[in-house]
Structures are given as structure tokens and as C-alpha cells.
Ligand binder design. Structure first.
Ligand code: FCB
Length: 614
């Protein structure tokens, strides 16, 4: 970051950026079922989530993933918005039932084509893809045929799916995570029943957990054989777990929760063994039959990276058998249960921990009811660093839900989310200072989206989505994050189609924190844009005019700008088109430059046609 650009950024951003390594990678994340919609398009078959959404009462408000953000059709504008945001990575998942509608076997080319179009759009915007192969949307056909992840055959089918995607798109994607949060797939999906497929059966949950990890190992090994140069890993949702008191029963409760949430995944993946205490405590599981010779070695494939999703800590205690303690216990024993829901109503995801309850610590909560606890993140990262042979770590998800609304002025003011992101990134910096090899951070989420059983009401996005109109509005936190990451990647990004997502309204809102073009960047812009435009005579003259206008506006060359505005009018461009082209300026030169240029445009257009000026 240059001194000049640092001087223009708000202090919280510069201070924070300075605390993180220069090559620290920023990103945002989404998942296929949460944003794509178009559930029946181009040969996609139903996933377990489509089936789960049909269960009466399963999803808050009766919402479904049928349309959600309609990203399947709006991916190009969304990619432009990611380009505008400027973070290096975009983590998204591939929908298995789009690619293999029968779960295995027949490949649906149209499904793969969608992801290739998305990759092209990201590429145009200078955004690097980071792919999750499984973010919870198992083809329903595999659930019905074999019992989903409770069956070993699903691990094999997953490896097949992973290779199909890797073979088809591997020329364009370097970062791969096999699974997102196998804890949720296994324990919410098969023990608590609060996520698809909605099964309530402890041993099935353990089997699902094992087969998920087996699938991870099989897939990773096969992909790495093809492309050892790619970077492979898995994403786990992990939490610090502590006991409410020093009493033996509470300590034991915390140990057992830690085993289910953390060690059941970390131990086999990083050490090649299951936690002995948990195995001993669950005799109802036929471990010998489940874990076949060689499975643990397959699961413990070396990793190039470990993805960590962090949202909260758990404070556990043994329930008071008389029920007297229930009033002070945290309602959110299950991370996906509404904060207002009664704790006892749900089966626990923590198999064998029916007697454990969770205590609130009094910290402020998000819209999910989860306590905001950045120190917990530092603790978690330090524990991984201390207790496990971890590869480089990436925080692949972190963020908060808040009931955001678009205000009368068109803004979405979300200072709570800015504070959340800032304090959690500071927690990352604290961990790095103490020796943790943390390489990057992905904000959950890029867009507001379908928050699983909590439907569309819980808004996690940096960008607000109006589900009626599909209008995207970057929240204040998006502008904040954009300032932060601008310090990381001061390179010029693709400018195609940005006006689609950056209306005049956004220009107005673009803060003064954006770096005015520094001299070397000006040269780059001049050669890149001018060169590409004027060396392409096949482009229509009005298009070339508009790009020139936008470029001169960004450079602040107002005399020449006036000349080219007149030229653009002569070439048939409308005043509206010219004004729109100037909105580009805000992307790389900031609002003041855009406004100054707009004044020149208005004056020039008025002069050119005084009777019908804008
Ligand atoms: C994680 C999921 C993600 C999102 C966030 C809030 O558990 O990976 O899809 O729902 O929680």
C-alpha cells in the first residue's frame, strides 16, 4: 500500500490492515443452495434441501431455496459486484445435483457450463475462485436410494463428483475445499434433524460424519493425483468449548461437547485417529464395522490448507436434573435454532450429550442469537496451532446476521457488522502475532441469502438483497470491507459492465476513502484501457467514446473530457449513457472525482444542446 493511499483511508481500516501480513488474502463466501435458486433449471435434480424445505414447519417463514438470490441468472452482475468489492477470492460451492443429477454417472453439461460462465465473469473482474465441492446439497436421489451420508456408497459417489468437477474446471481453479462443515451435515442433518435430510438418529450421525470424511479423503487423493500443483483442503466449523464452572460434571460436559464439535473431525483428518473418549462413550455405534481398515489413512490425507469457520463459543454444563437451571441456560444449544426457541424442544446434535446444556455469558448477540466473541476466535486459532499439526489456516467463514434494511436514503447502515468484522479481524491479527500461520479471511457472506432452516430472514450479507425485486445494495460494511481490501490489491480490475451494478446512487455513496489514482496506476489505466479500446476498431464508435469518457473522467483530464463528451454526442451517445459511463469513475477514483467529472459532463451537454440538456 502506498503512503498516499493509506492517508485517504479511515483510520480503523489502515490500522487494521497494517496489523495483518502484506499478502494476507481477503475474500467473501457463499454456497450454491443459498444463492442460486433456479432449482429446476438445465437438468438440475432436487437436492436434500429441496426435499427438506417441503416439510411443513421445517423452514422459518416457509421459505425455500427455490429462487433466493436468483444468482443462477444474475451471476454476471454479481461477479461485477465482486469485482467492485475488490477482495481477491470468492469462495462458492458447486451444486452436485446440477452436475450429476443422478448422483453419479450421467454428467449434465449444462450444469458445468453455468460454473464456467461464472468463472469467466469472475476472471473478467480479476476475482480468484475458491471452490467448495460440498456445501450441503446432496442429490436427493442418493438420500432415497442409499440413505445419504449414512451410507458408505455416498463417500464414493462424492469422490466421483469431485473428480468430474475437477476435470472439467480444474484449468481455472487452484483452491479447492472438499467439504464445508461436516459437523453440520452429520450432526444437524442426522442427529438433531434441524437440517436436511432431517434424520434423528445418533448412530446414523456418526456414520454420516465418518463417510463425509472418507469422501473428503478419497476426493482429495484423486484430485491431487491429477494436479499436485493445486491447493487442497477442507473447511471445519470449530468453536472453543469451556465448562461453566470448575465442577467435575461441568468439566466433563465441556470435554464431551468438544469431542463432538471439534475433535471428532480434527483428530482423524490431522492425526489419523478418532478421539478415544468419544469412541468409548458411544457403544451404540458399531465402530468396527463402520471404520474399515485403511479408512483412517484415507481420511488423513496431507492438507495444503485447513479452512476454519468461526461463529461462536460454547459454555457447557451438566443439566440440573430438577430442571431448575433451565431459565438461565442459553436457548441456542443448537447453532441453527432460533434464539427464541425453547432449548429443550429439539433433539441435541451432540450425540450422547442429552444431559448437557449451554450457558449464556451475557455478551451481545447477533440476529442468530449467537454471542459475539472475537476472543474466542483467537483462542481457537491458538489451540489449533498448539495442539495439532495444522497446515496453513484460512478463516473461510466469519460474519454476523442482522436485520438490515434499506433506508430512505438508499443506504444500508450496518455499523454492527463493521464492528463485528473489524474485531474478528483484529482477533486474527492477535493470533498471527502469536505465531499462528493464518493466511486469509473470508467474510460470510457476499450476499444476503437463504440461511437454511432460518430462511430468508437472517441477513448475513455485505450486500443487501431485496428478494422481491432482486435489487442488490452494498451495505455500509461492503464499503468498509472494500476500503480494507483495496489496501491489499491496488491493481486495476476489469471494468466491464460495472455501470450495471454501480448506479448513480452508488457513486454518491462511494466514500472519499477510495484511493485517487496514484501516478503509476494512471499510466497503467492509460495503457490498459486506452490501448484496448482504440486498438479494437471492431468496437462500435459509441462504445469507444463512452470508455474514453469514463477514462478521462477517472484521470481528471477535464479539458479533454469536454472534447470527448462532445465527440460522444456526435457519435450518437445519449446524455444518459455518458453520465452512466462517468459513474465508472467512482470505482477507481472515488466519489469526489466522479462528481467533478459529472459537472463537466453536465456543462458540456448543456452547451452542446441548450434546449434539451440533462
Ligand atoms: C455456516 C454455513 C453457512 C452459513 C453460516 C451462517 O454454518 O457454512 O452456509 O449458513 O453458517
Amino acid at each position: 500500500m502506498t503512503a498516499a493511499s493509506a492517508a485517504t483511508l479511515p483510520p480503523s481500516v489502515t490500522d487494521l490492515r497494517r496489523r495483518l501480513p502484506a499478502d494476507f488474502a481477503f475474500g467473501t463466501a457463499t454456497a450454491a443452495y443459498q444463492i442460486e435458486g433456479a432449482v429446476a433449471a438445465d437438468g438440475r435434480s432436487p437436492s436434500i434441501w429441496d426435499a427438506y424445505c417441503e416439510r411443513p414447519g421445517a423452514i422459518l417463514g416457509g421459505d425455500t431455496g427455490e429462487t433466493t438470490c436468483d444468482h443462477y441468472h444474475r451471476y454476471a452482475a454479481d461477479a461485477d459486484l465482486l469485482g467492485w468489492l475488490g477482495a481477491r477470492f470468492y469462495r462458492f460451492s458447486i451444486s452436485w445435483p446440477r452436475v450429476l443429477p443422478e448422483g453419479s454417472g450421467r454428467i449434465e453439461q449444462r450444469g458445468l457450463d453455468f460454473y464456467r460462465r461464472l468463472l469467466d465473469a469472475l476472471d473478467r473482474n480479476g476475482v480468484e475462485p475458491w471452490v467448495t465441492l460440498y456445501h450441503w446439497d446432496l442429490p436427493q436421489v442418493l438420500q432415497e436410494r442409499d440413505g445419504g451420508w449414512a451410507a458408505r456408497s455416498t463417500a464414493e459417489a462424492f469422490a466421483e463428483f469431485a473428480l468430474v468437477v475437477h476435470d472439467a474446471l480444474g484449468d481455472r481453479i487452484a483452491h479447492w475445499t472438499t467439504l464445508n462443515e461436516p459437523f453440520c451435515s452429520a450432526f444437524y442433518g442426522y442427529a438433531a434433524g434441524t437440517q436436511a435430510p432431517g434424520v434423528v438418529d445418533g448412530p446414523s450421525a456418526i456414520a454420516a460424519g465418518h463417510h463425509l470424511m472418507l469422501g473428503h479423503g478419497l476426493a482429495l487423493r484423486a484430485m491431487r493425483e491429477r494436479r499436485p500443483d493445486h491447493r487442497f483442503g477442507v473447511t471445519l466449523n470449530l468453536s472453543p468449548v469451556e465448562a461453566a464452572t470448575a465442577a467435575a460434571a461441568d468439566q466433563d460436559a465441556a470435554r464431551r461437547i468438544d469431542a463432538r464439535r471439534n475433535r471428532f473431525f480434527l483428530d482423524p483428518i490431522l492425526r489419523g485417529s478418532y478421539p478415544a473418549d468419544m469412541v468409548a462413550e458411544l457403544p451404540q455405534v458399531d465402530w468396527e464395522h463402520l471404520v474399515r481398515p485403511g479408512d483412517l489413512a484415507t481420511i488423513a490425507q496431507p492438507l495444503d490448507l485447513l479452512g476454519v469457520n468461526y461463529y461462536r463459543r460454547f459454555v457447557a454444563r451438566a443439566a440440573d436434573p430438577s430442571g431448575a437451571s433451565a431459565a438461565s441456560a442459553s436457548p441456542a444449544a443448537d447453532t441453527l435454532v432460533d434464539a427464541e426457541a425453547p432449548a429443550a424442544a429439539e433433539p441435541t446434535p451432540h450425540v450422547g450429550c442429552e444431559d448437557v446444556e449451554f450457558v449464556a455469558t451475557g455478551r451481545p448477540r447477533t440476529q442468530m442469537g449467537w454471542e459475539i466473541d472475537p476472543e474466542g476466535l483467537t483462542e481457537l486459532l491458538l489451540r489449533l496451532h498448539r495442539d495439532y499439526p495444522v497446515p496453513p489456516l484460512y478463516l473461510t467463514e466469519n460474519g454476523m446476521a442482522h436485520a438490515d434494511e434499506v433506508g430512505a436514503d438508499g443506504r444500508v447502515a450496518d455499523p454492527e457488522r463493521i464492528a463485528y468484522l473489524r474485531t474478528h479481524l483484529e482477533a486474527c491479527a492477535d493470533a498471527i502475532d502469536r505465531g499462528v500461520d493464518l493466511r486469509g479471511y473470508f467474510a460470510w457472506s457476499f450476499l444476503d441469502n437463504f440461511e437454511w432452516s432460518l430462511g430468508l430472514e437472517r441477513r448475513f450479507g455485505l450486500v443487501h438483497v431485496d428478494y422481491e425485486t432482486q435489487q442488490r445494495t452494498p451495505k455500509d460494511s461492503a464499503y468498509w470491507y472494500r476500503d480494507l481490501v483495496a489496501a491489499e490489491t491496488p491493481r486495476l480490475r476489469g471494468t466491464a459492465n460495472r455501470t450495471e451494478v454501480l448506479g448513480a446512487e452508488h457513486v454518491r455513496r462511494s466514500t472519499a476513502g477510495v484511493d485517487p489514482l496514484a501516478a503509476p496506476l494512471q499510466d497503467l489505466v492509460t495503457t490498459a484501457c486506452w490501448g484496448t479500446v482504440w486498438e479494437r476498431p471492431e468496437l462500435p464508435r459509441p462504445t469507444r467514446s463512452l470508455v474514453t469518457v469514463s477514462l478521462l473522467a477517472a484521470l481528471g483530464h477535464h479539458d479533454e473530457l469536454a472534447v470527448h463528451v462532445r465527440g460522444a454526442l456526435r457519435n450518437g451517445c445519449t446524455p444518459e449513457q455518458i453520465a452512466e459511463a462517468v459513474t465508472h469513475t467512482a470505482v477507481y477514483a472515488g466519489a469526489p472525482a466522479a462528481l467533478a467529472a459529472m459537472r463537466v459532463v453536465v456543462a458540456t451537454v448543456r452547451e452542446a444542446s441548450p434546449q434539451d440538456g440533462p
